[in-house]
Design a protein around this ligand. Structure first.
Ligand SMILES: [Zn+2]
Length: 288
């Protein structure tokens, strides 16, 4: 098994993408782990601030570590830390990676805060990876929106700024804003492939480019985004939908069932199937 940094590097060189899936329950984690083991694929597991507060940071670190010890190449990312303090807490708990997201702050504040997290991560361990974000996504929540979501013109990542940001912060991954949103809206996202390609040309040799808000994006668009230089794709809402729908059906089908491991099993299987499809789509099967 390789390190996260090595997988990121190979993904960039070979043109596939490391999947990132969020969890807030052990059933979701098992769904992901079983799919990853079956496909022999490295996977980043993410917890947002709310998700890790619910799960317990040290507890989720121990879960991921225990699966890795059994040969499943899972790595843990603290998704969307909204402050340096939040990222540093995750580092102290033993996360493999932190995503510092100050993208809604001014460029200067974003740069300084991200630099601070990179310094803290290096102090913790040379293995720990840091993701920064530049440009912002129009939505924060991984939910299904019953309306169209417009992408503000000023939200897209500025290419010159991205070069400076990568140089000055020393991040390992960069999440640009290229037209996706968090969650699923009525309108399909229109991805700026030209922007991905430009960013890849100027910083692609130094950082992995991360696509957030992959849910609700058509398969062919995800494939093209990967071809243009994306090497890490976040999927959250689609897994939440699969989990919830399977759980609803399970509870309806067995209204008297009291054993959680029985009525939760269909939800876990639904997550496993959804993850297996994304693993195949991202070209990461057998890359362990
Ligand atoms: Zn995200």
């Amino acid at each position: 098994m390789k390190t996260l940094a090595e997988y990121q590097k190979i993904a960039r060189e070979e043109g596939w993408a490391l999947p990132h899936f969020n969890i807030s329950s052990l059933d979701q984690l098992w769904g992901i782990a079983l799919a990853a083991r079956e496909a022999q694929s490295p996977v980043l597991v993410g917890t947002s601030e709310g998700e890790r507060e619910y799960l317990g940071m040290r507890q989720v670190v121990a879960l991921i570590r225990s699966l890795r010890e059994e040969g499943v190449p899972l790595f843990l990312n603290a998704d969307h830390c909204k402050s340096a303090e939040s990222a540093i807490k995750a580092l102290e708990a033993g996360y493999d990676s932190v995503h510092i997201d100050l993208s809604k702050e001014s460029y200067e504040v974003n740069m300084r805060g991200t630099q601070q997290v990179v310094v803290a991560a290096k102090k913790k361990s040379p293995e720990v990876q840091v993701e920064g974000e530049l440009g912002y996504l129009a939505t924060d929540s991984s939910m299904v929106y019953e309306k169209e979501i417009a992408i503000p013109e000023d939200s897209y990542t500025n290419v010159e700024q991205a070069v400076e940001f990568v140089e000055k912060t020393g991040v390992h991954r960069l999440a640009p804003a290229v037209g996706t949103i968090h969650g699923i809206a009525v309108n399909k996202p229109r991805i700026r492939f030209d922007l991905i390609s430009q960013l890849n040309a100027v910083v692609g040799d130094r950082v992995a480019l991360v696509l957030h808000g992959g849910s609700g994006t058509q398969d062919k668009d995800l494939v093209q985004a990967i071809q243009e230089g994306i090497s890490n794709v976040h999927i959250s809402t689609e897994l939440r939908v699969a989990y919830r729908e399977a759980l609803d059906a399970s509870l309806q089908n067995s209204p008297k069932e009291l054993a959680p491991y029985r009525y939760l099993m269909p939800a876990r299987v639904a997550v496993q199937q959804a993850v297996a499809k994304k693993i195949a789509l991202f070209g990461v099967q057998g890359k362990q």
